[in-house]
Ligand binder design. Sequence first.
Ligand code: HEC
Length: 131
Amino acid sequence: MIPRPVLNLALRGLALAALLAAAGCADLGDDATVQGEALSFGQDVQPLLAANCTGCHSGASPSGGLRLDSVANMLTGGDSGSAIVAGAADSSLLMLRLEGGGNGIMPPTGALAPDQVERVRQWIDEGARNN
Ligand code: HEC
């Protein structure tokens, strides 16, 4: 026979484990929801780049060696290396140039609207998903 106090302790341990497991599941659920709302390259970012950037940043000899026509080309980057660091807008050259740092603002004709800059920032911070 297992002494009752030991049995009680064991049962409490099980209950605690079940509670923790339930809490863990709730967390996973939240993450999934956030990911479901993440911005899409094709819908939210690519049209903006096509309208403002790819005139100079695409084709055989793009400005700065940088093609902005696909996520892969942005990750590869141009003369200065990767244009984006997935998940880290603050470390992304693209954001620096959109916000007027480095060698100057992009596009050269003047900054994009703040909500457009913010959209690119959010997409990069969410992992620069290629969808
Ligand atoms: C009128 C042409 C033109 C347009 C439009 C343009 N760029 Fe540029 N971009 C350049 C030139 C020229 C360079 C290279 C010289 C420099 O770094 O300033 C450059 C360089 C860059 C670089 C640095 C590349 C490297 O690796 O050194 C980034 C990042 C960049 N552009 C982003 C953008 C983004 C984002 C847009 C659109 C919002 C944009 N550019 C629109 C002409 C353009």
